[in-house]
Design a protein around this ligand. Structure first.
Ligand code: SF4
Length: 467
């Protein structure tokens, strides 16, 4: 997938023109935003907790290799198998090999952006294994043949009647109504047998705890527990940055994850998996495999982008972002959308393939304000834009405009002259302090541009000095 400027604009224009979709997006992200504010205000000192988690994440990433090795040692001691995958192909090959060796033909999956990132479903299908998404949102998207729209609420853009239509198509039977309980009951009925029939359960992992070799899964549906306990083999695909050294660190992570994501104090289910089932356990898999996925992450260590590895994938930056809320998730052409997607996608998959994304931001800074680990996303967006210019990826028009602006700004007399000329030239177009351009010439489309002030800052400053 790619997101050129044209592709991003086309997808965004489709989203903007869809009134239903805009309403669904605003309702859902608005609910998340309000709930987040309420639960954070209930904490005795949310800011201190955020600073603490940031310090923990920064220190962990600074010694990532050591903590990953500790995780491997302890997970292995607990009976799990740990695999290292350099890239998407290696990770998919490990999963399909495990499936083939065990004669698996059906795999039940819980929501995982890491498996979306490596296109695991395509690899499974090619290997003769049918993947079934069991998270309600992911199942809806699997039926619709669409990628996720949001990192924590993948089907955030789907309306009730669209979901009902997909379910009727899948089950071949009419539904009594399209109420939410009817829809969830239909999904439950359809999916239950798949959990029982699946030879493999596949999940992601929110946290890998180094001190015990455990994986923590945070979900709001019971499907995560069924995927990781009913099939005889459980495979978890986890990005290498998701490690927490200790349970104390994981506790700080969990205290902020659901609060920042959905505004819940904790998600409904927090599942901890430490190795396979032991003798006497009532359920649990016979085998647990953890795939530690690099796929470009280690390349970011010791660079200007290392901070992005602190991300805990809460999605708060998507919910606040004015660009995401209008353009929608599909414009980003990546499982990671919104501000985090605009940074991590070009970094993992190549800025040359996603040149539009560093520009999918107003740089208002709201993403950094809400980020539980205060990641400086605006700084990295600017770094990526500079990288595009350095690598000659910016469009000719943009390069010419930027070079022209740089030249004028570097020559004060030219700047004054140009400003004076523009102040004069704008006169026939100014109405009530706004420049009214014909629609075809207006870069801001529906909005009018503010007119140039009658006197520039330079002039005002000089006048002040003279007083
Ligand atoms: S960048 Fe921050 S706000 Fe955005 S998903 Fe990551 S942790 Fe959450």
């Amino acid at each position: 997938m790619t997101a050129s400027t044209g592709e991003f604009r086309r997808e965004a224009a489709v989203a903007v023109a869809d009134a239903h979709l805009q309403a669904a997006l605003e309702t859902a992200t608005g609910r998340f935003r309000t709930a987040r504010e309420i639960v954070l205000a209930e904490l005795p000192d949310a800011d201190r907790l955020r600073d603490h988690l940031k310090a923990v994440r920064a220190a962990t990433i600074a010694n990532l290799a050591g903590y990953l090795e500790q995780f491997e040692q302890n997970a292995t001691a607990a009976g799990a198998h740990v695999h290292w995958a350099r890239d998407a192909a290696e990770a998919s090959a490990i999963v399909t090999r495990l499936a083939r060796e065990r004669g698996v033909t059906l795999a039940a999956k819980s929501k995982s952006m890491a498996t979306e990132e490596i296109h695991l479903n395509d690899a499974l299908l090619a290997a003769g294994v049918t993947p079934v998404e069991t998270d309600l949102g992911e199942w809806i998207l699997q039926l619709a043949g669409e990628p996720p729209y949001h990192i924590i609420a993948p089907a955030i853009h789907k309306t009730r009647d669209q979901v009902a239509a997909l379910f009727v198509q899948e089950t071949g039977a009419p539904l009594p109504d399209d109420n939410i309980p009817t829809l969830t009951a239909t999904a439950r009925r359809e999916l239950r047998q798949r959990f029982l029939d699946a030879g493999m359960g596949i999940s992601g992992g929110n946290i890998a705890v180094a001190e015990t070799g455990s994986i923590v899964l945070v979900t709001n549906e019971g499907n995560g527990r069924m995927v990781t306990s009913l099939p005889p083999v459980h495979v978890a695909v986890i990005g290498i940055e998701k490690v927490a050294p200790t349970w104390n660190d994981a506790a700080a992570w969990l205290a902020l994850l659901a609060r920042s994501a959905t505004g819940q104090p904790l998600s409904i289910y927090t599942t901890v998996i430490t190795g396979p089932a032991r003798a006497g356990d009532p359920d649990g898999p016979e085998e647990v495999h953890v795939i530690l996925l690099d796929n470009g992450r280690s390349r970011l260590l010791d660079t200007a982008y290392e901070e992005i590895l602190q991300c805990i994938r809460c999605g708060a930056c998507l919910n606040i972002c004015p660009v995401y809320r209008e353009a929608g998730g599909h414009a980003y052409a990546s499982p990671y959308s919104g501000p985090i997607g605009a940074v991590i996608t070009p970094l993992l998959f190549g800025v040359e393939n996603y040149p539009a994304l560093p520009h999918a931001s107003t740089l208002c800074g709201a993403c950094q304000d809400v980020c539980p680990v205060r990641i400086d996303l605006p700084r990295m967006l600017l770094e990526l834009r500079a990288e595009e210019v350095r690598h000659g990826l910016a469009s000719t028009t943009e390069s010419l405009l930027e070079k022209g602006a740089a030249f004028v700004l570097a020559h004060e007399r030219l700047l004054r002259l140009g400003r004076g000329a523009l102040a004069l030239g704008q006169k026939p177009l100014v109405r009530n302090g706004q420049i009214r351009l014909p629609a075809a010439l207006n870069p801001a489309r529906e909005r009018d541009l503010p007119s140039f002030a009658p006197r520039s800052f330079h002039q005002l400053w000089e006048e002040l000095q003279d007083e």
